[in-house]
Design a protein around this ligand. Structure first.
Ligand code: 13P
Length: 281
């Protein structure tokens, strides 16, 4: 069942768990993620970066793949197709026109006023199509390190939420995309303060490499959507490399690509159980 992000993350917020956002890169990843989430009866957000959109052929191709798999595999859990880090208003509009059920506009590198202006443009368009919108604020670390000066300010988050009517907000509070060079140092106090002051679900980007205890604490402090990408990539790639090393005579792409499936699905299962989103639908 294709849904936007609101119902699944609001329920997660009310019931104290987090919905997994797994990034997809191709047909096979989409299939493995859907199968495992169905098995565990977990709602899922399929995050698609602009790079992945281009790689897979375009917005329409992404939507067709997801819709086709939902039908052919009898997927009954709620599934959201979400543009991850839409870099501008037009990318969000293109995604919405193709049938994405949710988009993220990432205008976090602009001033607060400009972030609000761009985000509002996306919200105004998205609402007409019942598409949900996530926005980001503050600056996430780069090169494996998060600088405290970039953490989102509580007053800025409140202003962004109130002035744009977004459905979810991702405040940068110490996480980074990819691998951490230092121990993650999430600002849980600020996370909790933001949760107490706004009414919408919070998102944690850069879920890879955050220890289980910190993930649990983040959920307690209001995180209702957790994004995972790198960890699945590593899990899949390690398995495929091992397979090729041990089976150098194999050339069937189906065998090579699917050799990474089991370990990838194990990791998906581990995350779903950690986030507490299993057996919900
Ligand atoms: P990781 O690659 O660190 O898991 O982050 C994923 C993410 O936040 C996608 O938006």
């Amino acid at each position: 069942m294709l849904v936007n992000i609101k119902e699944i993350t609001t329920r997660a917020k009310n019931e104290g768990y987090a919905v997994p956002h797994f990034n997809i890169n191709n047909l096979e990843w989409t299939k493995y993620i859907l199968e495992e989430c169905q098995e565990l009866r977990s709602p899922v957000i399929l995050g698609v970066s602009i790079g992945a959109v281009k790689y897979m052929g375009g917005y329409n191709t992404v939507v067709s793949i997801v819709k086709g798999l939902i039908k052919d595999l009898n997927i009954t859990i709620p599934v959201c197709i979400h543009l991850d880090h839409g870099p501008n208003v037009s990318s969000c509009i293109d995604a919405i026109n193709a049938g994405f059920t949710s988009v993220m506009i990432d205008a976090s590198s602009y001033s607060l006023d400009e972030n609000i202006k761009l985000t509002k443009e996306v919200v105004d368009y998205a609402k007409k199509y019942n598409v949900t919108v996530e926005a980001e604020i503050g600056s996430m670390g780069s090169d494996g390190v998060a600088d405290k000066s970039g953490y989102a300010k509580v007053s800025d988050v409140i202003k962004l939420v109130e002035e744009t009517r977004i459905d979810l907000v991702a405040p940068a509070l110490g996480s980074v995309h990819g691998l951490y060079k230092r121990e993650p140092n999430l600002d849980f106090d600020r996370m909790k303060e933001i949760k107490d002051k706004i009414n919408i679900p919070l998102v944690l980007h850069g879920g890879t490499g955050i220890h289980d205890e910190q993930i649990k604490k983040a959920i307690e402090c209001g995180i209702s959507k957790i994004n995972i990408n790198t960890e699945l990539q590593i899990e899949w790639a390690n398995q495929v490399k091992e397979f090729i090393k041990n089976n150098s005579e194999v050339y069937d792409p189906r065998k090579i690509i699917s050799s990474g499936k089991d370990k990838m699905q194990e990791k998906i299962k581990e995350k779903i159980i950690l986030f507490g989103s299993n057996n919900k639908y």
